[in-house]
Design a protein around this ligand. Structure first.
Ligand code: FSX
Ligand code: SF4
Ligand code: F3S
Length: 378
């Protein structure tokens, strides 16, 4: 059996076993879609889009459709640590709900501090009960970094005054899979920026299980929902990169698929925000774009219902899906090569490989030559 047939068979069997579990919502996904005026055609387009985003052949869209309908069989517990809640916002703050936000509704969300109605003792009670009832079966999503200094005392939650560190470890112990949603949970994010007074760390640094890291501050709703769908469909983790990010989402650099790439290759750069070159949509490298060093699918998937993404909006990529981007990628409006930390920008490739620890980053030699020809160091 080839790899795709084996994976398809795994998905088929997994969904069969989910179908045998009790329904957790009184409504079906079809009811919800009808409520928001979404048609069967919208649904089929969405399933095909999810398959292609996950780098699966088209026949897998049947599995995606079935997994979406069975999303209520998988309990999800979502914890908040030190962060801005932008990751949840990325998913739910849509003026009109689309299928991504509906799937998030459909999944059996057992605990989510921002979205649930319960508060105080009742909320903590719900959490403890969910951790016990679904032990070994729940998907754990964590948003935000975990403060570890002073034994975690910089973040205490709820009436029992438990530390975030304590809660994360407790919840991780019974989880079927753990997803760090956003750069804070993945790598510490802004909390962990120098001098990191609270000892903020990524979740994977404080638990002894594999954690999927969804880098991005915030990650797109596509990357969050795609990861949830993959787990519902196959009950296992997707292929991951060296930072445990799913390869289907973080396998290519922003620079590789950027709409402005032709201008980079032609040596056409914005020199200053608001100049004529900016009006013509030229490359933002000279005003600090970190797309050449950043792995994420923003150019293809975009944000807010595929409306836009940072570079389309006219600002360079800040490298928000990379570890330590607050320290490593700053200053955000100047190229790295102009800063003393990395010395001269001998080639953007060299800097990329230092930051990313990857063997080959690969800006085309002709492009590097074109930068030198036009004097990127000014
Ligand atoms: Fe905020 Fe999430 Fe950034 Fe962090 O996002 S968008 S600070 S990744 O944890 O809420
Ligand atoms: Fe796009 Fe930035 Fe690369 Fe220019 S440097 S092509 S703006 S990703
Ligand atoms: Fe972040 Fe850069 Fe995408 S700043 S949102 S990785 S374009």
């Amino acid at each position: 059996m080839d790899t795709h047939s084996a994976l398809y068979e795994l998905g088929r069997r997994r969904l069969q076993s989910l179908r045998n579990l009790p329904k957790r919502h009184p409504h079906s996904l079809a009811d919800k879609m009808a409520e928001f005026g979404l048609s069967r055609r919208d649904f089929l387009k969405w399933t095909a889009g999810v398959s292609s985003m996950l780098a699966l052949p088209l026949p897998f869209s049947n599995l995606v459709a079935e997994a979406a309908e069975l999303a209520d069989r998988v309990p999800l517990i979502w914890l908040h640590m030190a962060e801005c809640t932008g990751c949840s916002e990325s998913l739910v703050r849509a003026d009109t709900p689309n299928l991504d936000s509906l799937i998030f509704d459909q999944i059996s969300l057992e605990y989510h501090e921002t979205l649930m109605a319960a508060a105080g003792w009742q909320a903590e009670e719900n959490l403890d009960q969910a951790l016990e009832t679904y032990k070994g079966n729940y998907l754990l999503a964590i948003e935000g970094a975990v403060p570890t200094a002073n034994n975690g005392a910089f973040l205490t939650l709820g009436c029992k005054g438990r530390t975030g560190l304590e809660l994360v470890r407790k919840a991780a112990a019974g989880a079927a899979a753990i997803v760090s949603v956003g750069t804070c949970a993945s790598f510490g994010g802004v909390q962990a920026a120098y001098p990191n007074p609270t000892g903020a760390k990524g979740v994977h640094q404080v638990v002894d299980k594999t954690v999927i890291n969804l880098g991005g501050c915030p990650p797109s709703e596509k990357n969050i929902v795609g990861t949830l769908m993959y787990f519902i469909m196959f009950g296992k983790l997707p292929a991951l990169d060296i930072y445990n990010r799913p390869k289907w989402a973080y396998g290519a650099r922003v620079h590789d698929n950027c709409d402005r790439r032709g201008h980079f290759d032609a040596g056409e750069f914005v020199e200053q925000f608001g100049d004529n070159n900016a009006k013509q949509g030229f490359c933002l490298y000279k005003v600090g774009c970190k797309g050449p060093y950043t792995y994420n699918n923003c150019p293809t998937e975009r944000f807010n219902h595929h409306t836009s993404w940072p570079i389309q909006a006219g600002h360079g990529c800040m490298g928000c899906s990379e570890p330590n981007f607050w320290d490593e990628m700053a200053d955000f409006e100047r190229p790295l090569g102009r800063q003393t930390l990395h010395g001269l920008d001998a080639t953007a490739d060299t800097i990329g490989s230092v930051i990313l620890g990857a063997a080959a980053v690969g800006i085309g030699a002709h492009a590097v030559a074109s930068i030198f020809a036009r004097g990127i160091e000014e």
